[in-house]
Design a protein around this ligand. Sequence first.
Ligand code: MG
Length: 367
Amino acid sequence: MIRQQPDSFVAEVLTAHGNADLLIRQAMEFRPNSVVIVDEGQFSKVFQALDPLGIKVFAGEKALNAVVEMETVDVVLTALVGYAGLQPTFRAIEYGKQIALANKETLVIAGDLITKAAMEKGVNIYPIDSEHSAIFQCLVGDFHNKVEKIILTASGGPFRGMKREELVDIKASDALRHPTWDMGAKITIDSATLMNKGLEVIEAKWLFGLKNDQIDVIIHPQSIIHSMVQFEDGSIKAQMGLPDMRLPIQYALSYPKRIKTDLPRFDFTDYPALTFEKPDPETFKNLKLAYIALEKGGNMPCILNAANEIAVEAFLKDEIGFLEMPEVIGKCMEKMAFIHEPTFEDYVGTDKETRILAKEIINGKLT
Ligand code: MG
């Protein structure tokens, strides 16, 4: 996106968890002031490649928290996976940086604290998640009008329409083939279990200040309508296009402007039928668990998220089956101590304890 709009955007800092080669390649092309490689074992490799170019190289998780403070940074785009995004995002907000948010888990875990801090610091959180970008785009021009409800669309994942008995023997390799979006392993599994949609329901509550019963989910296998807003007069606005993350990424950075792109255009005659189905939360229990966590509030979404991260990890290693993922998460939600109004430290503690508990459940120490 930056490559195509070099006059509009400058990458001041680039970060990576462990992919040193890609970080080096991107830094050579975009010449940021600094880079961070979180995996400290790769520091010397990155340093040797980029130091001669005058690019500062930092390593480790703490460096992530430090670079978001830099005065030359206007916008922080957070695209870390899972819980790891929480602290740097919180830090960036504290330093008054505008946020382009691809890390939905941050809002799932601590949506109350994050939105409160953003409000206090005058920080806007621009969604990159395609559904939330769609909602945001539908709201532009209607910010003063009340929303009756939003309708989040879901592709349904590779196992759409299947029943429980068909899902028993599903392996990670089956789940990693997503029909319409090409994404990382964690989010692809989350799409297959519908947890991704559950997390997005919670994300939407915080981004758009909605009540729980104002958020609907509908299965739309073609992934052309990215989501919809229904207003109080009954009118529904939808945002549409081919599934391509470059558009929501660009809009989060260019808002309120739209910048010309040469992305492929959608042609209605290529899709003569756009179809819609009700989700099946009895088969895909994670969606149901997410609504329960949302309803319960407090640290429950944090418990849901931590248990899910451990369950997905175990599923990716073929340690547990597809249908066992919601079982692990459900047990954690039952057994963990509920905190009604958690502090930041409570969230950190809940996350840590839930992970331990989830691992114990997976290893069969607890039933
Ligand atoms: Mg999404």
